[in-house]
Design a binder for this molecule. Structure first.
Ligand code: ZN
Length: 282
């Protein structure tokens, strides 16, 4: 499942590939993939529009577009569980699970999604309820403290709540808590200002390191059918990714890098949490 770093790396890849390109043709192969926008509304709004830029908010891709003599507008993308977005030559065959495609002249933009949980839509309402952006310029311990202070929920599942903090997934929540020495079971509202400052810094660190890693490895955005380690697009060279640097995630019963205590795996809100019972007692 793509997490924030994958979406950021994809955004940086798509921005130069799409910028300045005009959509000549819109094909909605799966009606579900543009919901609640209809295929007809997609065509009416998008045909003739030109890409201005591609940016990211949480795990959403924001495609800014402009049609001559009209105001710029945004197309919202989300990869869901299995989505891929890439540009291929116009004469290349479409993948079996093509959900939405845009003809761009000699190139075709492809949104492929084998399980159809992703979206490419003109409905921007999912953005309205998102919490602070962890890589935003102003994100710090005091913003995190304000977001957590009323919650009796344990900190680990609370970090996955998109209204609390936007875009921090399961892997990065466990990793950031280990780095800041905070127990995943501690009630969110009991985190001190100092702990929130450490946690905010750790969240930024783990996300930035994963993005740096994904930006240096040659990724195959059209992907393959196999499970591709952490960066699920898969690398074109078989290079090992950020997963090698994970300190607790998926490492149950292995020794902690700090203290050699065995890493524990527990389940919180139906998701796996990994932590060091010695280092994360706070
Ligand atoms: Zn430890």
């Amino acid at each position: 499942m793509p997490e924030l770093p994958e979406v950021e790396v994809l955004t940086r890849h798509l921005d130069p590939a799409l910028r300045g390109k005009t959509i000549r043709d819109v094909r909605v192969h799966r009606a579900k993939s543009t919901r609640p926008t209809s295929a007809r509304a997609m065509r009416a709004k998008l045909v003739g529009a030109k890409f201005i830029s591609v940016t990211r908010r949480a795990k959403y891709l924001l495609f800014q577009l402009k049609t001559p003599r009209r105001d710029p507008f945004t197309l919202l993308g989300h990869l869901g569980m299995t989505g891929r977005m890439y540009v291929q030559p116009a004469n290349a065959p479409l993948p079996k699970h093509a959900a939405v495609t845009f003809g761009l002249g000699r190139r075709t933009f492809v949104f492929e999604d084998t399980r159809y949980f992703g979206r490419l839509t003109l409905d921007l309402s999912p953005l309205e309820t998102l919490g602070p952006e962890p890589l935003g310029d102003d994100f710090d311990g005091s913003i995190l403290h304000a977001a957590l202070r009323r919650s009796t929920q344990a900190i680990k599942p609370k970090l996955l709540d998109q209204k609390t903090l936007a875009g921090v997934g399961n892997i990065y929540a466990s990793e950031a808590l280990w780095r800041s020495g905070i127990s995943p079971r501690r009630a969110a509202r009991r985190l001190t200002h100092a702990q929130c400052a450490a946690l905010a810094a750790s969240i930024r660190e783990v996300l930035a390191e994963a993005i740096a890693c994904g930006s240096t490895v040659p990724l195959d955005f059209a992907g393959t059918a196999r499970r591709d380690r952490l960066f699920y697009y898969g690398s074109t060279t078989g290079t090992q990714g950020f997963e090698e640097r994970l300190r607790v995630y998926n490492r149950a019963d292995e020794p902690c890098d700090h203290c050699t205590t065995s890493i524990r795996k527990i389940t919180q809100a139906s998701r796996s949490t990994y932590f060091c019972p010695q280092c994360q007692r706070g």
